[in-house]
Design a protein around this ligand. Structure first.
Ligand code: ADP
Length: 486
């Protein structure tokens, strides 16, 4: 495996603070593992709270000068980074496959998706504008400026290690904010490689600081409570999101929160079943189901349920499970033993409540955290997997009879990230699309993520949006100047 050794060796393993690679306090490190083998890939720096503080100090020190740079200069850094990322697609894809498990072809797709956030925000950087007006009584002029919100703390999850980084770094750089980024401990390598690429692209020291740590709570809490962080952008579980929101309350930190989902996937009786099955494959199996946008509850109209389940299960059963580095693999391992254990428990619970296995459902022997593509039918609406993010390749199918009933069932959750809807009836599509309590709707498609669109959820799926025209707004403040007319 010379390519593997070379890819891992090429990545810096230290903290990135103030433009320099530095060891963590006491030289502490932690192991990064390969979920396909359970073996250790390498060690990276394990930051202590004091290292987090150093990183934030560097971001604070760089903020004023960075905010004063020309938008075009910030734009061109992002553009160059976009090009470097694409030129290193193979290396970056391999790194992600190694640390996270997704098949190489999906990892390559993520590299392109991740790079696209930099291209998009390089274009947005030069389009930030304010306003000018007159008060209704004619006595005052109103001048509206846009200012970067200030030093940001960015926290990313392990499931899309590169794209979740670029989706936050891109708008922060474009807006003129400095930042501390804390990647998930399972997947630090993609982020460290990204820091190297941004430096090559000309990002000045201190603008981006990267802190890898196994002590997320210990490093993050003092930063959020300390008063210097002006903005938190977090992607992760709703459970951790709530803790962070409470910590942000003390010093009134602005937040963007991309939290969990429990996506309904609704197939009406008039749907094109070929399209619906394709959509189900994407919505369920992208990233092995380890996505907050994954179809979690499949509601299929009773009249087409058997046919849909049979066709979908046939496609699921045909997928090849194996290490992501094998060219033929469609389905890599889950992230770790805990992730797989949760999936197993959810399936067992559904089976105890009389669900039927059409395909999959049994954990294979051998190394790595593999789990087979699984289709369950007759899933009880009380099953735990209808109320919990599965985060694995398990499709739970239940049936419905009418539109009102399915909309009520789909909305019967505290989450509201995305809903998928398959129908050929335009009126129904718009009607149901309006009624679903979600931030995004996939209409006859299983994929909604796009750098040019506002990604985000309602209810306990989060606050704010990433990407699209609004993505940069999350990193900008309004400042209004009152000027009397004289
Ligand atoms: P998951 O369960 O998918 O790993 P988490 O919400 O636990 O999702 O993790 C998302 C990110 O939040 C990771 O970078 C993780 O290290 C970080 N994190 C977890 N707990 C805390 C915490 N108490 N404070 C700050 N960050 C945290």
């Amino acid at each position: 495996r010379p390519a593997v050794v070379a890819a891992v060796a090429a990545v810096p393993k230290q903290l990135f603070i103030g433009g320099a690679w530095t060891d963590a306090t006491g030289g502490r490190t932690f192991a990064v593992g390969d979920p396909a083998t359970g073996e250790v890939l390498c060690e990276v720096a394990d930051a202590a709270p004091a290292d987090g503080r150093r990183a934030l100090d560097a971001a604070v020190a760089a903020q004023e000068e960075w905010a004063a740079t020309a938008p075009r200069a910030r734009s061109e850094i992002l553009r160059r980074a976009y090009e470097i990322i694409l030129s290193r697609t193979d290396e970056l894809a391999l790194l992600m496959t190694l640390e996270m498990g997704k098949p190489l072809k999906e990892a390559r797709g993520e590299v392109a998706y991740a790079a696209e956030f930099f291209r998009w925000f390089s274009e947005e950087a030069v389009r930030v504008d304010g306003g000018y007006g007159t008060t209704p009584d004619g006595a005052n002029r109103i001048l509206i400026m846009r200012r970067p919100v200030g030093p940001c703390l960015l926290i990313t999850p392990w499931n899309f290690p590169l794209a979740m980084g670029t989706r936050k770094i891109g708008p922060a750089v474009a807006a003129g904010c400095t930042m501390v980024l804390k990647p998930a401990p399972q997947t630090p390598l993609s982020t460290l490689a990204l820091a190297g690429i941004l430096t090559e692209a000309g990002l000045p020291p201190g603008v981006l600081n990267v802190v890898t740590t196994t002590d997320a709570a210990g490093v993050v809490e003092p930063l959020l409570r300390g008063g210097d962080v002006r903005k938190l952008s977090f992607t992760g579980s709703t459970q951790v999101g709530r803790i962070l929101l409470a910590q942000c309350a003390d010093t009134v930190v602005r937040t963007s929160m991309e939290l969990g989902g429990n996506a309904p996937f609704i197939v009406f009786d008039d749907a094109d079943l070929d399209v619906a099955v394709d959509g189900a494959m994407t919505a369920k199996m992208r990233n092995m189901g380890e996505a907050c946008t994954a179809a979690n509850r499949m509601f299929v109209h009773r009249s087409v349920a058997d046919e849909f389940a049979a066709r979908f299960a046939e496609r699921m059963a045909a997928l090849t499970v194996g290490p992501g580095t094998e060219p033929g693999s469609d389905v890599g391992p889950l992230i770790d033993a805990a992730g797989r254990g949760k999936v197993e428990e959810l399936v067992e619970d559904a089976l105890r409540r009389d669900a039927k296995v059409v395909t999959g459902g049994t954990t294979p022997d051998g190394p790595g955290y593999f789990y087979p593509p699984t289709v369950l039918t007759d899933v009880s609406r009380d099953a735990a997997l209808m109320r919990t993010e599965i985060f694995g390749p398990v499709a739970a199918i239940t049936t419905f009879d009418d539109e009102d009933e399915v909309v009520r069932a789909a909305n019967d959750t505290e989450w509201g990230l995305v809903g998928y809807l398959f129908t050929r009836d335009v009126d129904r599509a718009l009607r149901v699309g309006e009624r679903l309590e979600v931030g995004m709707v996939g209409l006859n498609t299983g994929l909604v993520s796009n750098p040019a669109a506002p990604f985000g959820g309602v209810k306990q799926s989060g606050l704010g949006r990433e990407g699209g025209r609004v993505g940069i707004e999350e990193f900008l403040e309004y400042k209004y100047v009152a000027i009397p007319v004289r």
